[in-house]
Design a protein. Structure first.
Length: 236
């Protein structure tokens, strides 16, 4: 059977310091075929020049609009049957796509599979206040979009990322996947190395908490609405 094309989508904003390592980690994957889409979210540094220096990269530029819009632009400009997202300041271990694609092939009912993050501090910086000591332990487990391999049909079914959430848009998307009853698989292998530095979007923990509370409220509102729809004679 012919292996399925995987689209590796890298949203990037002023990522000149890290982008080459991210792209190189995709090119070093043991899996083929892969296409790489870099979505430049209005960078003002050398992000564009670095992305364009790779003949394997499809470069997409947009005015600065935030991560969910950049991810959606990557989706719109990709052709893979499976999708993987990589933040421009992170990188993948070489066997990530091979291991996750084999897992999906063995578990045919799954819509996606999620692995583990391994967080690490950028050289030369002290641990930021928002980073708990437990996040840097070797056996720390962090689950998220950047550690996931996703069938494209999942996006066709639940939609793309909600552009109202510049933070936690991936959390909101996974809630919709769960609501749709799409099975998600989990593996214990480390699938992405996540760099902790002084400009991580997650450093604004108050904004993360506010967005998460809003997402939970919308999720519960949708669940209540569906419950009412199942009641005899219910009118919404």
């Amino acid at each position: 059977m012919q292996p399925k094309l995987i689209s590796a989508i890298i949203p990037a904003y002023n990522a000149e310091k890290y982008l080459s390592q991210a792209i190189d980690s995709v090119l070093a994957q043991t899996y083929r075929p892969i296409e790489i889409v870099v979505t430049d979210d209005g960078s003002t540094d050398s992000t564009a020049a670095i992305a364009r220096s790779y003949p394997e990269v499809r470069y997409v530029h947009q005015p600065n609009q935030g991560p969910p819009v950049a991810r959606n632009a990557g989706l719109a400009n990709s052709a893979g049957e499976m999708i993987a997202f990589l933040d421009a300041d992170d990188y993948w271990p070489p066997h990530y796509l091979m291991a996750q694609s084999e897992y999906l092939a063995q578990q045919g009912e799954l819509g996606c599979v999620v692995g583990r993050f391994q967080n690490f501090l950028e050289d030369g910086i002290e641990k930021p206040d928002w980073v708990a000591d437990s996040m840097l332990q070797e056996d720390a487990v962090s689950l998220g979009l950047q550690a996931s391999l996703i069938h494209r049909w999942v996006f066709d079914q639940v939609g793309a990322f909600n552009v109202r959430y510049r933070i936690a848009d991936d959390v909101e998307w996974f809630f919709r996947v769960r609501e749709a009853g799409i099975p998600i698989g989990f593996t214990s292998s480390i699938t992405v190395c996540r760099r902790i530095h002084n400009a991580n979007i997650s450093q604004d923990q108050r904004a993360v908490v506010r967005a998460t509370i809003r997402i939970l409220k919308e999720h519960m509102d949708r669940k209540r609405g569906k419950s009412l729809e199942t009641l005899p004679g219910a009118r919404i």
